[in-house]
Design a protein around this ligand. Structure first.
Ligand SMILES: [Zn+2]
Length: 318
């Protein structure tokens, strides 16, 4: 069992307490550690052409894509943008120039590679038969292999059908500017770790097919479990070695790092998104859980470091 270094202090501001204003700080990467950029791919092109599409792409997105956040209006924007749009010609290319932890300190895209590597090193060591999932960077819109097409407006997502993660890195600016997150490097880590939580669910066969909404719905339970899995990785991040070299990628996580994750989790809570969009909170339409729930389940994973603590499906009190 690995203990988390700042466990006691984190407990002192429970998720329900108002979070103080805070600064952000860079994550302390191991400069010498190797990055494996083969776990990340870039998808360019995809020149979207307006045509006589049938709008079915959006339906696919709703049925088959697991989004980072709820927020009906955002999803609606993304889907209506796709109505009549056909994207084509997307090209995959490897990411270049991300070789070591030093690159992760310098470049955002390399930083994401480092998170993806660390997250997958952790799950690879803890799930028998773990199969790595590629994270695809895109800009504007993307044609996925298994989930149709999507625009950046849907936010980062995991596609169960092709078992890959898709993210427009511009999302992190949106998270700060539009959703009021405080940002920071570890906010990014949380987002990636949440998406890989869905990959773990997919591998374990715990993905749900019933995406009906509501505060106790299976959809919400699945999203909160992904938040919890993100917390489990955060607990282990500084002790997870690269199996090829034995080096850890992240040397230290501070209270500030964890606060950045918590702040992001709150910023994309269904209640926060709804209140910002319409001024009203309607729990019956929740698909991801409230700000308080998302923080609490991330902390459940972080404090325990145990994926077994993440059984949101059995939880009487979500
Ligand atoms: Zn999700």
């Amino acid at each position: 069992m690995v203990s988390s270094p700042s466990l006691v202090r984190i407990r002192s501001h429970r998720a329900s307490a108002p979070l103080p204003a805070r600064q952000t700080a860079p994550v302390k990467f191991n400069r010498k550690a190797r990055l494996d950029s083969s776990e990340v791919s870039t998808r360019r092109g995809g020149a979207a052409t307006v045509g006589g599409g049938l709008g079915i792409i959006g339906v696919l997105a709703v049925l088959a894509v697991q989004l980072l956040g709820g927020g009906g209006s955002d999803l609606g924007d993304a889907l209506s943008a796709l109505d009549g749009v056909q994207a084509g010609g997307a090209q995959e290319a490897p990411l270049e120039g991300c070789e070591t932890g030093a690159d992760a300190i310098e470049r955002q895209d390399c930083r994401i590679v480092a998170y993806v590597n660390s997250i997958q090193d952790h799950w690879g060591a803890n799930i028998e038969g773990y199969q790595p999932a590629t994270t695809n960077f895109f800009s504007g819109s993307v044609t996925t292999d298994g989930c149709g097409s999507a625009t950046s407006a849907v936010g980062p997502f995991y596609c169960p059908a092709d078992a890959e993660v898709y993210i427009d890195l511009g999302f992190f600016d949106v998270l700060e500017e539009r959703f009021g997150g405080s940002g920071g490097d570890f906010a990014e880590a949380y987002v990636l770790a949440h998406e890989y939580g869905h990959h773990v669910q997919n591998l374990l066969g715990t993905s749900v097919t019933d995406r009906s909404s509501g505060p106790q719905s299976d959809a919400v339970r699945q999203e909160l479990q992904a938040d919890c899995y993100a917390g489990v990785w955060a607990n282990r991040a500084t002790t997870t070695p690269d199996p090829a070299t034995g080096e850890v990628l992240i040397l230290e996580l501070t209270e500030t790092d964890i606060s950045e994750a918590l702040d992001s989790a709150a910023a994309i809570g269904d209640d926060r998104i709804q209140e910002a969009a319409t001024g009203a909170v309607t729990p019956e339409t929740w698909t991801h859980g409230s700000a308080e729930q998302r923080q609490r389940w991330f902390l459940t994973g972080y404090e325990s470091g145990d994926a077994g603590a993440c059984d949101t499906f059995a939880a009487a009190d979500l």
